[in-house]
Design a protein around this ligand. Sequence first.
Ligand code: NAI
Length: 282
Amino acid sequence: MERIGVVGGGLMGAGIAEVCARAGSAVVVVESEQTRADDSRARLEKSLRRAQERGKLDDAEAVLQRITVTTELEDLADRQLVVEAIVEDESAKVDLFKRLDQIVTDQDAILASNTSSIPIMKLATVTSRPSHVLGIHFFNPVPVLKLVELVPSLMTADETTERSREYVEGSLGKNAITCQDRAGFVVNALLIPFVLSAIRMYESGFATAEDIDQGLVLGAAHPQGPLALADLIGLDTTMSVAQSLYEEFKEPLYAPPPLLARMVDAGLLGRKVGRGFYTYDR
Ligand code: NAI
């Protein structure tokens, strides 16, 4: 696939645009307004220049030339694959998929969402081409993490999933796993209850945060403990993924513990604000 579109040029969208352009595709990134588009371009430039400085990329400038950042959704008309990475808001995504369906002219084009928790079916059914809609879920930071989850809905054609796999594995050099259209997909459905269990353990006074984390790092060879991981993901994000898992399965293991809710209310969101289960220099 040579012509890729990315809608939303934030943390994930910029990363997705970067890996596609580094793989040789021409990428159009669409942002909601000009200041956001400028921020997205700056984010891309910084990341690509850093990759070049570290010797991981030969020519950042050549990659940047393959990326156009605009505010016009109509610029996606000729795309072969569009990946949506706007805010995690169902009605915003539904509106966007309705518009993409009208704008993208190639009826073979794939319309994908990077959503972490919104059912792909909700997005597929508002288009006239549900067989060409699926989830392509990247991980943060996109240029570094190898995994992509492919999430076909009940209506996605096998060919759509296979063409997506060819692109993410063959062109982007990622490893794809496939799973059904259920909240959390594979990784979050396993990771979030693990993090929530650690929060419950800490909340009950069973052990200190440091000891819980050290237990998993030194005793189970995890690269970081679950509470440090929650701080990295962001406690607000952890909370909202837990809520969507709980909503879907109604299992107590997905229910956000009260301490997590109180910390989110207090704005103690983890690394990005300098304080969560730990404090950080900002
Ligand atoms: P973000 O807030 O960094 O970026 C979202 C961007 O979308 C913003 O720049 C915003 O201006 C733009 N936007 C909002 N509405 C728009 C519209 N109608 N048209 C064009 N642009 C629009 O959010 P982030 O973290 O990049 O998340 C994006 C998506 O990726 C969400 O669905 C999220 O659940 C998913 N995701 C996030 C991960 C993470 O670690 N942050 C990991 C995997 C998936």
